[in-house]
Design a protein around this ligand. Sequence first.
Ligand SMILES: C[S@@+](CC[C@H](N)C(=O)[O-])C[C@H]1O[C@@H](n2cnc3c(N)ncnc32)[C@H](O)[C@@H]1O
Length: 214
Amino acid sequence: MKFYMKLRHKLATLKSCLYDKRLGIDASREFRKAPKAAEDNSFYKDMISYQPVFYGRLEKVLAYLKLTEDDVFVDLGCGKGRVLFFMAQQRIKKVIGVELNSDLFTVAQENLRNLRHRNSQIELLNIDAVCFDPVEVTIFFLFNPFGQSTLEKVLSNIKNSLSINPRKIRIVYYSAQFRQVLDKQNWLTYEGFVENDACLVWRSNQNRGKEVRM
Ligand SMILES: C[S@@+](CC[C@H](N)C(=O)[O-])C[C@H]1O[C@@H](n2cnc3c(N)ncnc32)[C@H](O)[C@@H]1O
């Protein structure tokens, strides 16, 4: 059993490596030099270290989401940018990557320069996720990037942004270590999961915009 799990992991890594090459990027877990990163300079000191998501999983997320040309997608804690460069192959309005670690951000910028193909606008921001203004975003992607404190502040920012720009938003939380934080938000409804509970999705309540305007 262990052997098959290891084999599956190796194959998924290989597939992702080949997919990276096709896009012209390098989003592997490895670093050419040690990242400054071990140091946690986030506001709440709860950064979780870099690990890229496998493309096979992203394909399932994409199939679930059914994105439209009006969608703005953000990866909060984008690392080297694999998720956003994958999503930028879709015809959507914009994809945004937010990454605090400057070494990872530099690689993401290099990847953006080398990216072979894109169908949407791409923006990269080297900031703490708590400082990100989410007002235009419709899809939030998080691959277990940080701890509870940052997550709570990020959610509070998203909630506030709905009163400025009432809209339907979805939050895709991969490897949802702090799912209880999302479950207790009364402005969100749990919508479903992608791939055996590994990735959970919430959406803003339908009448949220109206509620806020009252
Ligand atoms: C598990 S990795 C996910 C990488 C990428 N989203 C992917 O799926 O391939 C988490 C990333 O979040 C970044 N991160 C952690 N805390 C952050 C924060 N407060 N603001 C912005 N990025 C953060 C880390 O540096 C790391 O690159």
